[in-house]
Design a protein. Structure first.
Ligand code: GTP
Ligand code: MG
Length: 276
Protein backbone atom coordinates (compact mmCIF):
# COMPACT_ATOMS: atom_id res chain seq x y z
CA UNK A 1 0.00 0.00 0.00
CA UNK A 2 2.67 2.45 1.07
CA UNK A 3 4.91 1.68 -1.89
CA UNK A 4 2.01 2.27 -4.34
CA UNK A 5 1.44 5.73 -2.91
CA UNK A 6 5.13 6.48 -2.99
CA UNK A 7 5.26 5.39 -6.60
CA UNK A 8 2.54 7.80 -7.69
CA UNK A 9 4.18 10.80 -6.02
CA UNK A 10 7.63 10.13 -7.32
CA UNK A 11 7.04 10.26 -11.06
CA UNK A 12 9.54 13.14 -11.26
CA UNK A 13 12.15 10.92 -9.73
CA UNK A 14 11.33 8.17 -12.22
CA UNK A 15 11.95 10.53 -15.15
CA UNK A 16 15.30 11.49 -13.68
CA UNK A 17 16.36 7.89 -13.24
CA UNK A 18 15.99 7.24 -16.97
CA UNK A 19 19.45 8.66 -17.75
CA UNK A 20 21.01 6.43 -15.11
CA UNK A 21 20.12 3.52 -17.44
CA UNK A 22 19.19 1.29 -14.54
CA UNK A 23 17.87 -2.15 -15.22
CA UNK A 24 14.76 -3.42 -13.40
CA UNK A 25 15.25 -4.26 -9.77
CA UNK A 26 18.33 -2.13 -9.46
CA UNK A 27 19.11 0.20 -6.63
CA UNK A 28 19.99 3.88 -6.69
CA UNK A 29 22.40 4.08 -3.80
CA UNK A 30 22.62 7.38 -1.96
CA UNK A 31 24.99 7.85 0.98
CA UNK A 32 24.12 10.44 3.64
CA UNK A 33 27.01 11.96 5.59
CA UNK A 34 27.16 14.77 8.10
CA UNK A 35 27.84 15.94 11.59
CA UNK A 36 25.98 14.28 14.45
CA UNK A 37 22.61 15.96 14.98
CA UNK A 38 22.49 17.64 11.57
CA UNK A 39 19.33 15.67 10.71
CA UNK A 40 20.31 12.67 8.53
CA UNK A 41 17.84 10.24 10.10
CA UNK A 42 15.10 12.88 10.21
CA UNK A 43 15.76 13.56 6.53
CA UNK A 44 15.06 9.90 5.73
CA UNK A 45 11.89 9.84 7.84
CA UNK A 46 10.75 13.08 6.23
CA UNK A 47 11.44 11.92 2.70
CA UNK A 48 9.32 8.81 3.31
CA UNK A 49 6.41 11.08 4.21
CA UNK A 50 6.99 13.66 1.44
CA UNK A 51 6.84 10.83 -1.08
CA UNK A 52 3.84 9.16 0.56
CA UNK A 53 1.44 12.08 1.05
CA UNK A 54 0.47 14.59 -1.58
CA UNK A 55 0.12 17.45 0.86
CA UNK A 56 0.42 18.53 4.46
CA UNK A 57 -3.33 18.41 5.19
CA UNK A 58 -3.46 14.79 4.06
CA UNK A 59 -0.38 13.93 6.12
CA UNK A 60 -2.03 15.50 9.20
CA UNK A 61 -4.94 13.08 8.91
CA UNK A 62 -3.04 9.93 7.96
CA UNK A 63 -0.57 7.77 9.86
CA UNK A 64 2.96 9.11 9.86
CA UNK A 65 5.54 6.89 8.15
CA UNK A 66 8.28 6.23 10.72
CA UNK A 67 11.36 4.37 9.54
CA UNK A 68 13.80 5.49 12.21
CA UNK A 69 12.80 6.06 15.84
CA UNK A 70 13.61 9.28 17.65
CA UNK A 71 12.68 11.33 20.67
CA UNK A 72 12.03 15.06 20.89
CA UNK A 73 10.54 17.77 23.04
CA UNK A 74 7.80 20.10 21.77
CA UNK A 75 5.92 23.08 23.22
CA UNK A 76 2.12 23.10 22.88
CA UNK A 77 -0.22 26.08 22.47
CA UNK A 78 -0.33 26.60 26.26
CA UNK A 79 3.50 26.76 26.41
CA UNK A 80 3.66 23.33 28.04
CA UNK A 81 6.44 20.94 27.08
CA UNK A 82 5.90 17.33 25.96
CA UNK A 83 8.45 14.57 25.33
CA UNK A 84 7.45 12.74 22.17
CA UNK A 85 8.74 9.23 21.50
CA UNK A 86 8.57 8.59 17.78
CA UNK A 87 8.55 4.96 16.64
CA UNK A 88 9.74 1.83 18.40
CA UNK A 89 12.20 2.19 21.27
CA UNK A 90 13.43 -1.31 20.52
CA UNK A 91 15.51 -0.31 17.49
CA UNK A 92 19.06 -0.95 18.74
CA UNK A 93 20.56 1.19 15.98
CA UNK A 94 19.28 4.43 17.50
CA UNK A 95 20.38 5.69 20.90
CA UNK A 96 17.60 7.93 22.22
CA UNK A 97 19.46 9.10 25.33
CA UNK A 98 19.70 12.89 25.63
CA UNK A 99 23.00 14.33 24.44
CA UNK A 100 24.18 11.16 22.70
CA UNK A 101 24.90 10.62 19.00
CA UNK A 102 21.78 8.81 17.83
CA UNK A 103 22.56 6.52 14.87
CA UNK A 104 24.97 3.77 15.92
CA UNK A 105 25.79 1.98 12.68
CA UNK A 106 25.28 2.25 8.92
CA UNK A 107 21.77 1.21 7.94
CA UNK A 108 19.89 1.58 4.67
CA UNK A 109 16.27 2.37 3.93
CA UNK A 110 14.70 1.49 0.60
CA UNK A 111 12.02 3.45 -1.28
CA UNK A 112 10.49 1.70 -4.29
CA UNK A 113 9.74 3.88 -7.33
CA UNK A 114 8.68 3.11 -10.92
CA UNK A 115 6.15 0.43 -9.87
CA UNK A 116 8.70 -0.94 -7.47
CA UNK A 117 11.12 -1.83 -10.29
CA UNK A 118 13.66 0.73 -9.18
CA UNK A 119 14.58 1.20 -5.58
CA UNK A 120 16.16 4.24 -3.99
CA UNK A 121 18.41 3.13 -1.16
CA UNK A 122 19.16 5.91 1.33
CA UNK A 123 22.10 4.97 3.51
CA UNK A 124 21.96 6.45 7.01
CA UNK A 125 25.29 6.75 8.80
CA UNK A 126 26.51 7.55 12.31
CA UNK A 127 27.28 11.28 12.54
CA UNK A 128 30.77 12.73 12.28
CA UNK A 129 31.85 14.42 15.52
CA UNK A 130 30.48 11.56 17.61
CA UNK A 131 30.14 12.62 21.24
CA UNK A 132 32.33 9.62 22.21
CA UNK A 133 35.32 11.23 20.47
CA UNK A 134 37.54 10.87 17.44
CA UNK A 135 38.27 7.15 17.98
CA UNK A 136 34.57 6.46 17.51
CA UNK A 137 34.59 8.68 14.38
CA UNK A 138 37.36 6.51 12.94
CA UNK A 139 35.40 3.31 13.68
CA UNK A 140 32.29 4.86 12.09
CA UNK A 141 34.24 5.87 8.97
CA UNK A 142 35.63 2.36 8.55
CA UNK A 143 32.12 0.94 8.89
CA UNK A 144 30.84 3.37 6.25
CA UNK A 145 33.68 2.43 3.87
CA UNK A 146 33.07 -1.29 4.47
CA UNK A 147 29.38 -0.82 3.73
CA UNK A 148 29.79 1.12 0.50
CA UNK A 149 32.56 -1.27 -0.56
CA UNK A 150 29.92 -3.98 -0.82
CA UNK A 151 27.68 -1.94 -3.14
CA UNK A 152 27.71 -2.55 -6.86
CA UNK A 153 27.58 1.19 -7.47
CA UNK A 154 27.29 4.38 -5.41
CA UNK A 155 25.21 6.99 -7.24
CA UNK A 156 25.40 9.97 -4.91
CA UNK A 157 27.06 11.18 -1.75
CA UNK A 158 24.98 13.71 0.17
CA UNK A 159 26.71 15.96 2.67
CA UNK A 160 24.26 17.46 5.12
CA UNK A 161 24.85 20.82 6.79
CA UNK A 162 23.03 23.34 8.88
CA UNK A 163 22.98 26.85 7.41
CA UNK A 164 25.08 28.28 10.25
CA UNK A 165 28.00 26.02 11.01
CA UNK A 166 31.28 27.55 12.20
CA UNK A 167 32.96 24.11 12.48
CA UNK A 168 32.40 23.22 8.84
CA UNK A 169 36.12 23.25 7.97
CA UNK A 170 37.13 20.73 10.62
CA UNK A 171 34.40 18.21 10.06
CA UNK A 172 34.04 18.54 6.30
CA UNK A 173 37.80 18.12 5.85
CA UNK A 174 37.60 14.99 8.01
CA UNK A 175 34.73 13.61 5.91
CA UNK A 176 36.58 14.38 2.72
CA UNK A 177 39.89 12.90 3.77
CA UNK A 178 38.46 9.75 5.28
CA UNK A 179 35.76 8.95 2.75
CA UNK A 180 36.48 10.67 -0.56
CA UNK A 181 40.19 9.89 -0.64
CA UNK A 182 39.33 6.18 -0.55
CA UNK A 183 36.91 6.44 -3.48
CA UNK A 184 37.56 7.02 -7.16
CA UNK A 185 38.25 10.70 -7.96
CA UNK A 186 35.14 10.72 -10.18
CA UNK A 187 32.96 10.30 -7.07
CA UNK A 188 33.33 14.05 -6.54
CA UNK A 189 30.99 14.66 -9.50
CA UNK A 190 28.15 12.94 -7.66
CA UNK A 191 28.25 15.00 -4.49
CA UNK A 192 25.08 16.71 -3.33
CA UNK A 193 24.84 19.30 -0.56
CA UNK A 194 21.72 19.19 1.57
CA UNK A 195 20.95 21.92 4.07
CA UNK A 196 18.57 21.12 6.94
CA UNK A 197 17.01 23.49 9.48
CA UNK A 198 16.81 26.24 6.83
CA UNK A 199 13.54 27.96 7.80
CA UNK A 200 15.55 30.54 9.79
CA UNK A 201 17.56 31.44 6.70
CA UNK A 202 14.49 31.55 4.45
CA UNK A 203 15.30 28.14 2.98
CA UNK A 204 18.77 29.13 1.84
CA UNK A 205 22.24 27.74 2.78
CA UNK A 206 23.05 30.83 4.86
CA UNK A 207 26.56 31.55 6.16
CA UNK A 208 27.65 27.95 5.66
CA UNK A 209 27.74 28.40 1.89
CA UNK A 210 30.78 30.74 1.65
CA UNK A 211 32.76 28.63 4.12
CA UNK A 212 31.84 25.48 2.21
CA UNK A 213 33.01 27.15 -1.01
CA UNK A 214 36.31 28.01 0.70
CA UNK A 215 36.88 24.43 1.83
CA UNK A 216 36.09 23.13 -1.67
CA UNK A 217 38.52 25.65 -3.22
CA UNK A 218 41.18 24.45 -0.75
CA UNK A 219 40.63 20.80 -1.73
CA UNK A 220 40.98 21.69 -5.39
CA UNK A 221 44.18 23.67 -4.80
CA UNK A 222 46.09 20.80 -3.15
CA UNK A 223 46.95 17.36 -4.59
CA UNK A 224 45.16 15.24 -5.81
CA UNK A 225 43.22 18.37 -6.95
CA UNK A 226 39.73 16.96 -6.60
CA UNK A 227 37.20 19.29 -8.19
CA UNK A 228 33.89 19.24 -6.28
CA UNK A 229 31.05 21.08 -8.01
CA UNK A 230 29.03 23.50 -5.88
CA UNK A 231 26.17 25.35 -7.54
CA UNK A 232 22.40 25.73 -7.39
CA UNK A 233 22.18 22.42 -9.25
CA UNK A 234 23.58 20.31 -6.41
CA UNK A 235 22.40 22.32 -3.39
CA UNK A 236 19.06 21.55 -1.73
CA UNK A 237 17.51 23.36 1.23
CA UNK A 238 15.10 21.62 3.59
CA UNK A 239 13.46 22.20 6.90
CA UNK A 240 12.18 18.89 8.18
CA UNK A 241 10.57 20.26 11.36
CA UNK A 242 7.13 19.11 10.11
CA UNK A 243 8.03 15.49 10.82
CA UNK A 244 8.33 16.25 14.53
CA UNK A 245 5.18 18.40 14.42
CA UNK A 246 3.14 15.62 12.78
CA UNK A 247 4.44 13.06 15.26
CA UNK A 248 3.34 15.34 18.11
CA UNK A 249 -0.18 15.99 16.81
CA UNK A 250 -0.64 12.25 16.35
CA UNK A 251 0.11 11.92 20.06
CA UNK A 252 -2.64 14.44 20.80
CA UNK A 253 -0.52 17.58 21.32
CA UNK A 254 -2.35 20.77 20.25
CA UNK A 255 -0.44 23.65 18.61
CA UNK A 256 -1.46 27.23 17.88
CA UNK A 257 -2.27 28.55 14.40
CA UNK A 258 1.12 30.20 13.64
CA UNK A 259 2.99 26.98 14.57
CA UNK A 260 0.79 24.97 12.24
CA UNK A 261 1.27 27.55 9.48
CA UNK A 262 5.05 27.49 9.94
CA UNK A 263 5.20 23.72 9.72
CA UNK A 264 2.90 23.71 6.71
CA UNK A 265 5.28 26.10 4.92
CA UNK A 266 8.33 23.99 5.84
CA UNK A 267 6.57 20.88 4.54
CA UNK A 268 5.61 22.56 1.26
CA UNK A 269 9.11 23.93 0.63
CA UNK A 270 10.75 20.64 1.50
CA UNK A 271 8.44 18.61 -0.76
CA UNK A 272 9.45 20.92 -3.63
CA UNK A 273 13.13 20.27 -2.88
CA UNK A 274 12.49 16.55 -2.55
CA UNK A 275 10.90 16.36 -6.00
CA UNK A 276 13.67 18.52 -7.47
N1 GTP B 1 13.76 22.25 13.19
C1 GTP B 1 14.38 21.21 12.62
N2 GTP B 1 14.82 20.19 13.38
C2 GTP B 1 15.45 19.16 12.77
C3 GTP B 1 15.65 19.11 11.36
N3 GTP B 1 16.30 17.96 11.06
C4 GTP B 1 16.49 17.33 12.24
N4 GTP B 1 15.99 18.04 13.26
C5 GTP B 1 16.04 17.69 14.69
O1 GTP B 1 17.42 17.58 15.04
C6 GTP B 1 17.63 16.51 15.96
C7 GTP B 1 18.69 15.54 15.42
O2 GTP B 1 18.19 14.94 14.24
P1 GTP B 1 18.68 13.50 13.74
O3 GTP B 1 17.92 13.21 12.50
O4 GTP B 1 18.64 12.51 14.83
O5 GTP B 1 20.20 13.82 13.40
P2 GTP B 1 21.31 12.81 12.84
O6 GTP B 1 22.13 13.57 11.86
O7 GTP B 1 20.68 11.56 12.35
O8 GTP B 1 22.17 12.53 14.15
P3 GTP B 1 23.17 11.28 14.45
O9 GTP B 1 22.38 10.03 14.25
O10 GTP B 1 23.59 11.50 15.87
O11 GTP B 1 24.30 11.41 13.50
C8 GTP B 1 16.26 15.87 16.17
O12 GTP B 1 15.70 16.38 17.36
C9 GTP B 1 15.44 16.32 14.97
O13 GTP B 1 14.05 16.41 15.28
C10 GTP B 1 15.18 20.21 10.57
O14 GTP B 1 15.30 20.28 9.33
N5 GTP B 1 14.55 21.22 11.26
MG1 MG C 1 20.94 9.58 12.85
Amino acid sequence: MRSQKMTSYSSNLVKKTKDLKLKDDQFINILLLGETGVGKSTFINSLANYLTYSDFKKAEKETLVILIPSKCEVKDKHDEYHIINIGSEEDQNECLDTGMSATQDVKSYVFPISNGNIKVRLIDTPGIGDVRGVAQDNINCENILDYIGQLHELHAICYLFKPTNPRITVYFDYCMTQILSRLDKSASKNIIFIFTNTRGTDYSPGDTFPSLQKVIDGIKAKPPHVDIPLSRKNVFCFDNEAFRYLAAIQKGVAFDGPTKQRNHESWKRSVQQCLR
